[in-house]
Design a protein around this ligand. Sequence first.
Ligand SMILES: [Zn+2]
Length: 266
Amino acid sequence: MDHSKINLLVRLQHLDNQIEKIVRLQKGLPEEINALEEDLAFTVKQIETRTAKNEEHLKLRQHLNETANACREKIDAFREKQTLARNNKEYDALSKQIEYEEKEIALAEIGLQDISQGEQRTREMQEKGRQLIAENRYDEISDDMMPDDVLAQQLEDFKQQTEQKNEELNGIVIETAEEVAALQKQIDAQRDLLTTEAKRLLDKYDHLRSGSLRNAVVPLNRNACSGCNTRVPTNRHTMIVQGGFYLCESCGRIVVHERLFEEADD
Ligand SMILES: [Zn+2]
């Protein structure tokens, strides 16, 4: 058996392991940042919806107040005219107009009341939310119950956390960029070498690593495959010790003597 071929493959696994180690340093951070950004976007949207609703209420309230005031002015003018009415017919006509304006005022006031009641309900919901927060009953809080100030604070917290995690990740990426680039270059060269020297072993390696499995080549550990802990048959030990490889019957990994990994580190 040509043992130098397996040495080439062990070297590739060793290099891939080093990259994996660096990636593990960042592990979780990109996912954490994604989750935070989603929370952040959701909070921003909630705040925008509330702001839009408040602005709408403000505009409507202003409009209703203006309408009511205009009606009152008209009523005053009609009353003024009534004092000058020359006959009952003229007086009654003005009374009818006053009545109409009074109805308009009543309608505007109902509209204003509706807005106030809506705002009161909003306040009560948020008060309930505040109470639930105080009692740590977060899972019972609906979006509407989240008090404005808590929501604003949440926004700030999410912003800060996202920034912090991004800085952390950037730090790791910058710190390790050179190392990763150098490793990647070595990996590319090693793969080229394997393509010419041991294509079938490389294919086997790539096939094993095509899923989530990263360690296709593993050292023999206490006479077992260190990938899945299945015992390696005794009659294969000698071959492994001599520098050969064994395909684990249980997980399919390529099992070699750990000495080969030490040699690959040189
Ligand atoms: Zn195994």
